[in-house]
Design a protein around this ligand. Structure first.
Ligand code: PAF
Length: 281
């Protein structure tokens, strides 16, 4: 496994791999790898000749109230995990390498951002899209892997790839779950013992909503109220949002909608958990 820190070297290596007709799978991350990332790496390994992992904490996607300096980092641990999974290259640039001067062009994401978590993070997805344009151009992957736990990010990246004509296949990977259905997250450790027992109710409420829809219920407000009531009576958490949209457009459901996302965020005492399911209409 090679660790590459400069854009020039990364680009040259990828061109060399390309010349040998190697299929390049790419997993973009901000490091501090968890099981979710490892599942993306595993999938990339199974579908490509080489797998590239990038570790870059992107300042552009942090809001003024979000603390970039306290974002968790542990390169040595990430290195060992990537090595164990059989990653071929880690791209690990510094902020100065990626942004030597203030960027003169930024990507502005026009839709899919003013709902769900994006509503409370203005500018966040502009930062994500801007860094991804750079990373896609540096690495030139055939396939890119993203977890569906952050389904809004997947929707934004889908739009980016389509609108900017990147010849990249986006592979969304299913959320990993504990045996009781709770979506795996590094935030779960912040739940108290009691909250951990309650937390599977999030996935149960999503399944309940799915069942209602499959049974022919079309009244979105009614489904949301049902979920809210369920969460209120089964958890001590406070519902931040429950929203239902077309996917990946993230717009109100219409007759022509093919896929639907049911998404929620619930605040517990020390952790805010998100989860979603995507269903065929
Ligand atoms: O999901 C993340 O870790 C980041 O948003 C990404 C895609 C690596 C861009 O910085």
């Amino acid at each position: 496994m090679q660790v590459i820190e400069t854009i020039h070297e990364m680009h040259q290596q990828m061109i060399a791999e390309n010349k040998q007709f190697k299929k390049i799978g790419y997993v973009p991350t901000m490091g501090y790898l968890h099981e979710g990332h490892l599942s993306l790496i595993k999938k990339s390994k199974s579908e490509n000749d080489i797998t590239v992992l990038s570790i870059f904490v992107n300042p552009l996607q942090f809001g003024p109230k979000e603390d970039l300096s306290t974002y968790p980092r542990d390169f040595e641990r990430d290195y060992q995990l990537a090595l164990k999974e059989g990653v071929d290259y880690i791209f690990y640039p510094t902020v100065n390498e990626m942004y030597p001067t203030e960027t003169s062009v930024k990507v502005m994401v026009q839709s899919r951002t003013d709902v769900l978590c994006g509503r409370s993070r203005p500018g966040h997805f502009d930062g994500v899209a801007t860094v991804l344009v750079k990373l896609f151009n540096i690495i030139g992957p055939n396939r890119v892997y993203f977890g569906l736990k952050d389904a809004q990010q997947v929707a934004v990246v889908e739009g980016l790839i389509q609108d900017f004509h990147f010849p990249i296949e986006l592979i969304p990977v299913e959320t990993l779950r504990e045996h009781d259905g709770l979506a795996k997250s590094s935030r779960n450790v912040f739940l108290s013992e009691e909250e951990r027992k309650e937390a599977p109710a999030l996935f149960k409420s999503l399944q309940m909503a799915k069942q209602e829809m499959e049974n022919g219920e079309h009244d979105i407000e009614k489904i949301i109220t049902l979920m809210k009531d369920y969460l209120k009576s089964h958890t001590s958490g406070v519902v931040d949002y429950i929203e239902i949209y077309s996917y990946p457009q993230l717009e109100p459901i219409q007759d022509s909608t093919e896929k639907i996302i049911i998404a929620l965020a619930v605040k517990f005492s020390k952790a805010r958990l998100i989860d979603n399911i995507i269903i065929q209409k």
